[in-house]
Design a binder for this molecule. Structure first.
Ligand code: GLY
Length: 365
């Protein structure tokens, strides 16, 4: 993983000679730890530390129970510990002589940050979160292959959902089926809480599935993602169950055209705001002006929202190799909502869709 570490340092201030990435527990882990070490297939790595050197070397410290998993880290020099004092001593040893030490505040707990200040009073702690995020945003071949796999899983599951729909099916039952179908296809787990909304639920972008039965003439909105080896996919499909109204069909078609417009705007050098506006302008020229109430997409990788949004409020320029979601929606209280979301990688000439769910099946049952 020397290349990934070197890419991080190329973007960091020239006088930072060491970057220390610390994992706390459970969800308070630094995803840049996993980017740099590539420890994505097994292992929990709570309370683990990676010290990145400018020449690409990695010193890695993990609790003794993680030793077997940690041996998968290419190029890293591995040490293990059992007692907290051993962890502290290792950090002091590895950072000895470092005048400026890079840290990642957004993904380091305040407790670990303050402990580091006490442990290394001689070092100036420098925020290198932007260089880390920038390096993470552009995927290498290995990372892209993992996202492709995660994207294939959700695409196959999306294509299977029409066959699961029946009157009376509850939102949480469909959510459970989606989770099972992803795991059965090799997902490491769901990359976020699955959203399944019928009718009113579909009009709420971050709805949580409830005890609501499916009826004819309703939208079925499913937004779900898979982890594959710590890399995420994120897909939304919306169907009309039973005979839809003309208004429902028009909403669906408008969202699809908005997505096509946003996809056509993606290329290296494009601004995120322009991609958003390609979809937003189309929706705002329709009868559903003002009903597209979120940004058109976001960066995707070691987290579901892994970096900037494609939004008029964010100054972000796309580069080849970045992976983003493209997910316009229209939400009409009392009628329902439609969102159509795919994951794409930015290519030299535009973008390539990583998710391949069918979009020609709109009406089911
Ligand atoms: N698909 C869930 C989200 O982007 O928030």
């Amino acid at each position: 993983m020397r290349d990934r570490v070197k890419r991080i340092f190329e973007r960091a201030p020239a006088d930072v000679d060491l970057i220390l990435l610390q994992n706390s527990v459970a969800e308070h882990k630094d995803m840049s730890f996993f980017h740099a070490t590539d420890l994505v297939a097994g292992g929990g790595f709570e309370r683990s530390v990676a010290a990145l050197h400018r020449d690409g070397r990695i010193d890695l410290l993990v609790p003794a129970l993680e030793e077997t998993s940690a041996k998968r880290a290419p190029d890293a020099t591995l040490a293990t510990y059992q007692k907290t004092d051993e962890r502290k001593a290792w950090i002091q040893q590895v950072a000895r002589g470092a005048a400026k030490l890079g840290v990642n505040p957004p993904e380091t707990t305040a407790q670990d940050y303050l402990a580091l200040k006490d442990l290394l009073p001689q070092a100036q702690l420098v925020d290198v979160s932007q260089p880390l995020a920038d390096a993470r945003a552009v995927k290498d071949k290995v990372e892209l292959a993992r996202i492709r796999r995660a994207a294939r899983i959700v695409s196959e599951v999306s294509d299977a959902i029409p066959g699961m729909l029946r009157e009376g099916l509850k939102e949480f039952e469909l959510s459970a089926e989606i989770g099972y179908a992803m795991t059965k296809r090799g997902a490491t787990g769901p990359s976020f809480d699955t959203i399944v909304g019928f009718k009113e639920g579909s009009a709420e972008p971050h709805y949580a599935p409830k005890d609501v039965p499916l009826r004819k003439g309703e939208f079925v909105l499913c937004d779900f993602g898979a982890w594959f080896e710590r890399y995420a996919s994120d897909l939304t499909s919306t169907w009309m169950f039973g005979k839809p109204t003309k208004e429902m069909e028009d909403i669906w078609d408008t969202v699809k055209r908005a997505q096509d417009a946003a996809l056509a705007a993606i290329r290296p050098g494009a601004k995120g705001a322009d991609v958003h506006n390609a979809a937003a302008d189309l929706i705002d020229a329709s009868p559903w002006k003002g009903r597209f109430i979120h940004s058109v997409g976001h960066s995707l990788g070691l987290a579901v929202h892994d970096g900037p949004a494609l939004s008029p409020r964010v100054d972000w320029t796309l580069e080849e190799g970045m992976v983003v979601t493209v997910e316009p929606g229209i939400y009409v209280p009392g009628v329902g909502g439609v969102r159509i979301e795919d994951d794409v990688v930015v290519t030299r000439g535009g973008c390539e869709k990583l998710t391949t769910a069918r979009r020609d099946v709109r009406i089911v049952g």
